[in-house]
Ligand binder design. Structure first.
Ligand SMILES: [Zn+2]
Length: 151
């Protein structure tokens, strides 16, 4: 009789074990993504070893940039502390810094607009505003500008 309640455990254990496996797998994939050249540096300030993901744009960013993103109510998750769902991992695999660079940094010129210094919160905030909020460098704006302005 005393053994009866234990019958429920194997199923539960299995469910928990597969959940842990899933988390481990996701973390492994993300760690792998962090090794890609474009993801080795923060997309915003070029600092080495980003530890956060901005899930609005599927980018890898440093701690300071994650704080600046939060100010714009962009969602950020810590790679080491947060759990990622399978969907998030898939989105990150399809995204990442290389892909985001093609979209948000399309017309960005590092000569004219250098990377912000990550210790300067104001500069970081402005940079993120220009890139993602105002979308200054996506190349979309040129289409609603009259062509004669370019000549
Ligand atoms: Zn950064």
């Amino acid at each position: 009789l005393a053994l009866a309640p234990r019958r429920a455990l194997p199923g539960l254990r299995r469910a928990m074990a597969s959940r842990v496996k899933e988390d481990e797998k996701n973390e492994r994939v993300i760690r792998g993504l962090l090794k890609l050249p474009a993801n080795k540096r923060c997309i915003n300030c070029n600092n080495l070893g980003p530890q956060y993901v901005c899930t609005n744009f599927w980018t890898f960013v440093c701690t300071n940039c994650s704080g600046a993103h939060r100010e714009f109510t962009h969602r950020v998750k810590s790679v080491s502390m947060a759990k990622f769902t399978a969907q998030e991992v898939t989105a990150l695999q399809g995204g990442g810094n290389e892909r985001a660079r093609e979209i948000f940094f399309k017309e960005w010129d590092s000569q004219r607009n250098p990377y912000p210094d990550s210790s300067n919160t104001d500069k970081l905030r402005n940079f993120i505003k220009h890139i993602y909020v105002e979308r200054r460098y996506t190349g979309e704006r040129s289409s609603d500008r009259p062509p004669r302005g370019k000549v």
